[in-house]
Every structure is written in C-alpha cells, then in structure tokens.
Write a new protein. Structure first.
Ligand SMILES: Nc1ncnc2c1ncn2[C@@H]1O[C@H](COP(=O)(O)OP(=O)(O)OP(=O)(O)O)[C@@H](O)[C@H]1O
Ligand SMILES: [Mg+2]
Length: 604
C-alpha cells in the first residue's frame, strides 16, 4: 500500500519501534495464521460433507477429510455415518482453533501497538522538553499538544487496527487464493487478471488519503490551538466582547476539519464499491468458466462447492483491506509528522566545564543576535561587563532588546556573533545543567503548576530541599504570612497555573523560589502591572533582599529599583546608548532623561 519510495524509510523507522516486541509480534502473527487457515479449512470441510452424500467415491478428497482419515480411519461405517461424527467434531475443532487464533492475534497485536504508541508519545514529549526556545517561538502550544494527543493516536490506529486487519485479512486472502490454486490453478488465474486494476485503485486512493490526512492533522492543530487560546484567555474575551470573534475562529477551524474529513470519507466511499465491482466481474467470469463442461469434469461436486465458497469468501477480506487503507494513510501521515518533530535538534549543550558556584562576573563581548527568520539585529554589537555582586538596571523603549539580552544570558538562544562569559569562560563552554544552576530568574510571567505551594517553591532540582530551607526562603521573600493563611499552608494545592493567588503573591512565590535556588546570578524582570501599595511594598522588600550579594540584571520599571541600582544601562534598538547612575544619566539629558520625563509607565 506504499505510494512511493520515500515511504520505505518511514516503514523501516516505524518497524524499528516494533523490534523490541518481536516475540509478542510473532505470537500475534502465528495467531492470525491459525485464524486464516481456519477460515480456509472451514470451506474445505464443505467438500468433506458434500462428498460423503454421494455414493460414488470422489476423485480427490479435501484437506480436512484426509487429516480426519489419518487420525481416525474409517472402518465399517458408511461414508455418511462416518461423516456424521467426523464433520461436527472437525467443525467445532476448526472453529475453536480459529477463535483462539483470532484472540491471540488481536490481543497480542494490541500489546505491540499500544507499547509502540507509549514509546512514541513519551519520546516526542521528551523531544519537546529538549528543543531550543526557537522551536517554541515557531509552534503554537496548541499545535504541539495536538501532535502529542491526536497525531500519535493516529499512528496507533495504523499500528493496531490497520496492522491487525492487514495481517488477518491479508493472510486470509493468501490462504484462500492458495487453496483455490491448489484445487484448480487455471480457474484461479482469473482473479489475477483483476489484481492490477485493484492495485491501481488502491494506489490512487492511497495518495488522496495521505493528502487529506495531513490536512486533517493540521486542522486538528488549529482546533486545539484556538480552544487552548480561548479557554486560557476567557477574561479578556468576555471583557473585550470577543465572544463572537472567537466562536467564528473556532467554527472556521472545525469546518475545515469537517470538510477535509468528508473528502477523505468520499474517496473511501467511492473506492470500496469500485473494488467490489471489480471482484464481482472476476467472480462472474469465474462462474462462467467453472460451469464449462470440460472444466466441470475435473471437479467433484464437493470440491466445486469448496472452490466456489472460497472464491466468494475472498470478497470480504479484500473489501476490509481496501477500507483500512484510510487508517493506514492517516497513520503514515501522522508518523511522518511525529518523526519530523523528533528530528529537531535539541538545545545545543556541548560544553564540558562545570561549576559548583560561580563568582558571578558576567561579560558581553561584541554580542550581536537576530532572531531566526528576521534580518533585524535584536542585539547589535553589545559589550558590557558586570562585576560580581553588581546590580545593573536595564531600561529602554519597548522592543529595544532587554528581554533578548537576558534570554541570551540564559542560553535560550546563541549569539550570532561575539560571546558572553561567566567568570571569564564562554558560557557555551559550560555544561548546560551546571550553568543554569548559576542563574536565578524572577520573571514577569510567573509560571506556576497545579501542585502544592511547597512543590511550586521547591521546584525541579530544588525538590529535595529541607522544610527548614523552604521556610526560610518564604520568610525572606515575605511570603510566609500569606502562605500561613492558606487553608493548608505550604501544602495547599494551587489551581491550574496557580489560580487562587494574587499577582503580588505569585511574585513573592517566585522570589521564594529564587531564594531557595540561591544562584550567584539573578535575572529580574520587573512586573509592569501595578500592585496595590501594600503588596508592592512587600514585593519590593523581598526583591531588595534577594538581590543582595548577587550579580543582578534587572529589567527595571520602578524608579526605586533604578535608583538603587549600581548602574543603569540604557538600550535602544539593540545597542547600549548610555550607562551610569540614575543621577548622572538625568544630567546628560539624553534618551534616558526623555524616557524619565515621559513617566515611568513608559519605561519598559
Ligand atoms: N521570538 C522572536 N522572534 C522574532 N523577533 C523577536 C522575537 N522576540 C523579540 N523579537 C524582536 O526583537 C526585538 C527585541 O525584543 P525584546 O523582546 O528583547 O524587547 P524588549 O526590550 O524586551 O521589549 P519590552 O520592553 O516590550 O519587553 C524586537 O524588535 C522584537 O520585535
Ligand atoms: Mg521584554
């Protein structure tokens, strides 16, 4: 059912996932072989039955009959008496064998398929955990979720149902055809005349299936994306009256999905009757030739019935096979996409140096950076030395490059030119995990998880912190008072993304995290949204405490932060245009003074 040579490597790669389950796979195939042979032998049994009715001894005897004869030779019974006992026993035995084959084949194939899906899904998830930040800039979260859920599940369809059906029905076809060839090979050749026509239909239809399947997949990505965005932004949607707009967006995404699915269904609905008609033609020709007196002479009544039964039986498995093609093509299209994501290179981590605790001396040397696909330099030939323990405030207009700068320091991107050094070594020379331990971050958008307050603070590598350390971090972050007021204190479960906490409380949790991490370098992205005075004062106290004794890079919005900073660096269009203390900069009456006069709200 391939539609090109490129598929070969796809099959091979998919098959690679089956290899660890070879034994179970083989058992399953044996099950299906038993099942399909059981099917043929049940047709063969008819010959035994019918031939026992006639008085004359038939020219040939069937497979089942010979087997029964060998196991339990006929003695003085008439053929009818003999058959009366042997046929029911043989029928029940064959049916039981076939049933057992069916069970083993199906269930064991499911074991293989489900294990493959589990492996694929966890591997894909781990890939998402290791890809560079640029990957997330290019894909919406919704589309990634859809890849993990929908696409992987599509592969499972191909791997379980389709593989099962292919084996079961494919083997049945092979068994039936072999049986017919064995009974009368010349007559059976008629089937081979229509085979190329069927093959062509299957190939053409397969191509269409694949194309529509890709589109269905993409459309599922859009559906997930719109749902996720909408459900996550329900407050803005209500207050800005965007209900209708979002509803229309969702409808468009869902409609596209419906249309593509219908096109796929149309192709499927057309192809099955075409294949059936081709088979009917073959069957018609078969009857015409079979009833030819010269051919008839070669058959006993029983073997003729068995032959025709087998020929008539072949239609069903072929129909099922052609029907399952859409599932296979969907699975292959999904596998293509899943593998493509898996081939994304992980975040570069080639460094070998390790650090226990850095001093915190940070130097940018002629750093330039532009985002992938953008010709504009977000950071333009920037040089800056920050001494250990120094606090530097970055100010500049929106889009001037402040966030990009601190992302480069966190190694979320690599500078296009120049280098960044920590304690005199290029940061790319450090092992990533060891390097990131040196940097604490309190960002504007605080990411919380639906877990307890304790686990939200003692997060990741901090998970085995002692209760004492956690308590101390909370105290220093001025978070202990509100945490103690929560119903279960530190063990209170937070809702999705920390629902149930105020903005100021979230910030203090983030600061507690940073205290616990106790990294020598701290990146602080001050929130622009105003907090109420009391909350603001608490956060400020916490921030003052956390920046002590650390090299701090702060994207500053508050005058108080800027005044306290050892140095203010003014950025514009990715360049440093001025630096110095707040007072000095005001006296220079440059961009900084202008920004200052425009009010702190604009000091992004
Ligand atoms: N993911 C991205 N892909 C492409 N360009 C980006 C991306 N992020 C930022 N930019 C561009 O890089 C430049 C610097 O952006 P950056 O986010 O560093 O500014 P900023 O100073 O932090 O602004 P703000 O104060 O508004 O947060 C801008 O021109 C912005 O459009
Ligand atoms: Mg920013």
């Amino acid at each position: 059912m391939a539609d090109g040579n490129g598929d070969l490597s796809l099959y091979r790669r998919l098959l690679g996932y089956v290899v660890p389950h070879t034994l179970v796979f083989v058992v399953s195939i044996v099950g299906f072989v038993v099942y399909s042979i059981g099917n043929v032998l049940l047709a063969d049994l008819l010959q035994f039955l019918l031939d026992s009715l006639g008085e004359d001894t038939p020219g040939s005897i069937g497979i089942v009959e010979s087997a029964v004869n060998a196991l339990w030779p006929r003695q003085d019974q008439t053929p009818l008496e003999y058959a009366r006992v042997a046929v029911p026993i043989a029928a029940v035995t064959l049916a039981l064998g076939r049933a057992l084959g069916y069970f083993v084949g199906n269930y064991f194939m499911n074991i293989v398929a489900r294990s493959v899906i589990h492996t694929l899904r966890t591997q894909l998830f781990d890939v998402f955990l290791s890809v560079p930040k640029a990957y997330y800039d290019q894909h919406s979260t919704g589309s990634l979720v859809s890849k993990l859920t929908f696409n992987v599940e599509q592969v499972s369809g191909a791997a379980s149902d389709a593989l099962k059906i292919m084996l079961r029905e494919g083997l049945t076809v092979i068994a039936l055809v072999s049986y017919m060839l064995y009974l009368n090979w010349r007559l059976s050749l008629i089937f081979f005349l229509v085979a190329p026509a069927i093959g062509m239909v299957v190939a053409v239809v397969g191509k269409h299936f694949r194309r529509y399947s890709r589109r269905i997949q993409d459309s599922m990505g859009s559906v997930t994306q719109v749902s996720q965005e909408t459900l996550g932004a329900f407050e803005s949607i209500r207050s800005y009256g965007a209900v209708q707009q979002q509803s229309d967006r969702f409808e468009a995404a869902s409609l596209f999905n419906r249309n593509q699915s219908l096109k796929l269904a149309l192709v499927q609905a057309i192809s099955t009757p075409i294949i059936q008609t081709l088979l009917a033609l073959a069957l018609g020709a078969l009857f015409w030739f079979a009833l030819d007196p010269s051919i008839l002479a070669g058959f006993s009544a029983g073997s003729l019935v068995a032959f025709i039964t087998a020929a008539a039986q072949i239609g069903k498995p072929i129909r099922t096979l052609s029907g399952v093609q859409s599932v296979i093509q969907r699975g292959l299209a999904a596998a293509e996409d899943v593998f493509q994501q898996m081939d994304t290179a992980p975040e570069p981590d080639k460094g070998s140096l390790t650090l226990t605790r850095a001093r915190g001396d940070v130097a940018f040397r002629n750093v330039s950076f532009s985002y992938p696909g953008s010709s504009k330099l977000a950071i333009d030939d920037m040089s800056l030395h920050i001494k250990a323990g120094e606090t530097v405030a970055f100010v500049g207009r929106s889009g001037s490059g402040k966030s990009t700068l601190v992302q480069l320091l966190q190694r979320f991107h690599e500078p296009s030119e120049g280098s960044i050094a920590l304690d005199g070594h290029d940061i790319s020379h450090y092992q990533m995990a060891s390097y990131r331990k040196q940097i604490g971050v309190v960002s504007q958008s605080i990411e919380l998880f639906s877990d307890t307050v304790r686990h939200n603070i003692a997060f990741g590598l901090l998970a085995d912190s002692t209760d004492e350390a956690i308590d101390q971090a909370c105290q220093r972050a001025h978070a202990n008072i509100f945490i103690n007021e929560l119903p279960e204190g530190l063990d209170t479960l937070l809702g999705d993304d920390g629902a149930g906490l105020s903005g100021g409380q979230r910030q203090r949790l983030a600061i507690a995290r940073a205290f616990l991490k106790d990294a020598p370098v701290l990146i602080l992205d001050e929130a622009t949204s105003a907090l109420d005075t009391e909350s603001e004062a608490q956060v400020q106290l916490a921030l003052d405490a956390v920046t002590e004794q650390r090299t701090t890079l702060v994207i500053a919005h508050r005058l108080s932060t800027i005044e306290k900073a050892d140095r203010v660096v003014v950025l514009d269009e990715g360049r440093i245009v001025a630096e110095g203390h707040h007072r000095e900069l005001l006296e220079q009456d440059g961009l900084y003074a202008k920004l200052y006069r425009q009010g702190l709200g604009d000091l992004h």
